[in-house]
Design a protein around this ligand. Sequence first.
Ligand code: TGC
Ligand code: FAD
Length: 387
Amino acid sequence: MRSPDPADFYDVRSLLSDDEQEVQDSVARFVDEQVLPIISDCFEEDRFPLELVPQMAEMGLFGCNLDGYGCAGLNNVSYGLVCQELERGDSGVRSFVSVQNSLCMYPIHRWGSEEQKKRWLPEMAAGRLIGCFGLTEPDGGSDPGTMRTRARRDGDDWILNGAKMWITNGTIADLAIVWAASDDGVLGFVVEKGTPGYEARDIRRKMSLRASITSELFFDDVRVPEANRLPEARGLAAPLACLTQARYGIAWGAVGAATACLEEAREFASARVLFGRPLDHTQTIQRRLADIVRRITTARLMALQLGRLKDAGRMHFAQVSLAKWNNVRMALDVAREVRDILGGGGITLDHHAIRHALNLESVITYEGTETIHELIVGRTITGVAAF
Ligand code: TGC
Ligand code: FAD
């Protein structure tokens, strides 16, 4: 019998349909050929590789698990595999797709009017319009229910005032999905670039997700027509439902980042000779690699079962929290472990592990910190909210 593939020890791939395998293979090729050759330089230069957007659009990655309006209509397992392969390249590239798909196209698709869907979704699927998602504010992102950004009705328009912080793609976005408190509760708006009073500024000096754009958004008496409000989105449940979609993709993506690190560690440990033998002939290194494989295998199975539940319409958001928490924690620990196995060279961008480790410091914080996900699961177990 053939020995198991270390990167997929339980042959999870055999549980995928032919179509799902095809999606995985085509995104894997894109990452190998287009992302990996440039991504370390992008990270060093603090630059998002905007040149990849047309190719990702051509592959149908934007809105890929949505139906109609130029979207590919893939199932959710396929969307998970897209995220897994992209994050094997870099969390910033996966982030771009998460924001475009789960945080911007999803709310328009779910809560937008027919006119809004026709106006924005095909252009977003084609990568000609880029979106960003403004929920977090400077005073604290974990508790969005206390947001200060306000929307006030003025005739046929709304007037927005406030600020959003840590917004992926903010300065390159053509439109922002902005969540604001109003007399009718939390409402969602599409704010278009160039609207007077709306400004986006990049956040600098980041040591994480450097191949991704992170911005602040400012709203100073921004007049938004009623036609740009998502009519069916009401209450905090709407933005939180978007988060569920994005967290789902992250649970898969983290497996990709960890797998990239494992492959790098295996290659290094078999080539490096110390004390007269290759590193991977030592018990300590074998135990460390075995433990990494154990953790990745568990996470991979968790992601797939989550995807099957989602495709069956049976996924609860607390299950997404458990997977986001487990898989990102796993990937961060694995990336740090591999960084150490690589020795001194592991601190440079000649290897991938340090970039993944630094990126995952953001991933464990955004889309709900580890603590928030522990508390969401705790609330589901006990019935008591302890936030
Ligand atoms: P709570 O009372 O729990 O909920 C209010 C309503 O929402 C419903 N709900 C959800 N629905 C879908 N998915 C979820 N995950 C949901 N969580 C809650 C809930 O059933 C309720 O519905 P209804 O109909 O009864 O009104 O609200 P709360 O204020 O107590 O908050 C709970 C808490 C702490 C879990 C929530 O605020 C939270 O998740 N905080 C973390 C915030 C966060 O994750 N922010 C992420 C910002 S976006 C981002 O980081 C993008 S990174 C992008 C990238 O680059 O990839
Ligand atoms: P805070 O909420 O202030 O939390 C600080 C600390 O307190 C954390 O350790 C937290 O776990 C802990 N804590 C919170 N509540 C409790 C409690 N009840 N008990 C114990 N401890 C608690 N947001 C968007 O809206 N759109 C985006 O596109 C986006 N992109 C991002 C990109 C990057 C690179 C980063 C870093 C963040 C991004 N975010 C985005 C924001 C992200 O979602 C928030 O950073 C995150 O939700 C945490 O909010 P905060 O940073 O304000 O931390």
